[in-house]
Design a protein around this ligand. Structure first.
Ligand code: NAP
Length: 259
């Protein structure tokens, strides 16, 4: 098996690297000797992670602290990464908003779309074209098992992940004969800061399990559901009517709600 670094080159860019699954990607890719561009809003967390990775693995890093919901984020990333040959892109940053759609302000809901959908689209387009010119690359988009059914009180989040899964599978086909691998990863509940941000009780698998599964499947599949339990439950969802799926979704979001 060709090693990831031989296939994609020395540099990877990870969004949402300041915690959870993104930080675990940073750790595992650094252990494979990748140099890393670490992107998120919390500069201190990124700098701390960067220092740890440099000390432990002797890699090069670049910290870019920015908000992916802002319209000018690509310009900043372009300027700072122009000189780097980024062959592996991990679109991982994302968050959920819990609660009644109409109770939340529209700006908040739109920023979820910016971070969960628009940023991966923009970065896949920009770095995808650079990968096309260099003849190889990999794009990993972190979707969710929430992509497989509507989730009342998480309506926008579930829809954003359905978008990311479908988009990734589409471009997987478009790019598969052009040297660019695309993978949509669908974790179920995972123990990260995600649940606190979304104000839910989740538990679930480790970030390590999600990243192990992602790195094992890039270049082999168009999408992957992480963990047997999640594969099993999402498989059976296809046998139910859309109305029943909505009911299941509402039961799930009620179960995880913080009372
Ligand atoms: N945990 C789960 O149960 C679960 C399940 C399925 C899928 N996922 C998906 O996994 C991905 C990673 O989430 P996680 O579980 O690792 O949660 P997390 O620990 O909360 O990490 C989310 C990351 O996204 C970054 N981020 C959020 N908003 C941002 C913005 N506006 N601009 C730039 N960066 C932003 C955060 O960094 P800053 O706050 O520093 O900006 C953080 O690094 C998400 O796409 C999530 O939807 C999670």
């Amino acid at each position: 098996m060709q090693s990831l670094i031989n296939k994609y080159g020395k540099w990877a860019l990870i969004t949402g690297a300041s915690s959870g699954i993104g930080a675990e990607f940073a750790l595992q890719l650094a252990a494979l000797n990748f140099n890393l561009v670490l992107v998120a809003r919390r500069k201190e967390k990124l700098e701390q992670l960067s220092a740890e990775l440099i000390a432990k693995f002797n890699i090069e890093t670049l910290v870019i602290s920015l908000d992916l919901s802002k319209p000018d984020f690509l310009e900043t990333i372009q300027q700072q990464t122009n000189h780097l040959d980024i062959g592996l892109l991990i679109n991982n940053a994302g968050f959920a908003i819990t609660g009644s759609f109409l109770n939340d302000n529209l700006e908040n809901q739109l920023s979820l779309l910016d971070v969960n959908c628009k940023a991966p689209l923009i970065l896949s387009h920009y770095f995808g074209n650079r990968m096309l010119s260099s003849g190889s690359g990999g794009i990993i988009n972190i979707a969710s098992t929430a992509a497989f059914l509507p989730l009342p009180f998480w309506s926008n989040y579930a829809a954003s992940k359905a978008y990311l899964l479908s988009f990734s599978e589409g471009i997987w086909h478009e790019l598969k004969n052009k040297g660019i691998d695309v993978l949509a990863v669908c974790p179920g509940p995972t123990q990260t800061e995600f649940a606190d941000t979304a104000k839910v009780n989740l538990g679930g698998m480790t970030a390590k399990a999600v990243v192990d599964c992602s790195l094992k499947n890039i270049g082999k599949n168009s999408s992957v559901i992480v963990g047997f339990e999640n594969q099993f439950s999402t498989f059976f969802l296809r046998f139910f009517s859309r109305n029943l799926l909505i009911k299941f979704g509402a039961i799930f979001t009620k179960k995880i709600a913080v009372n």
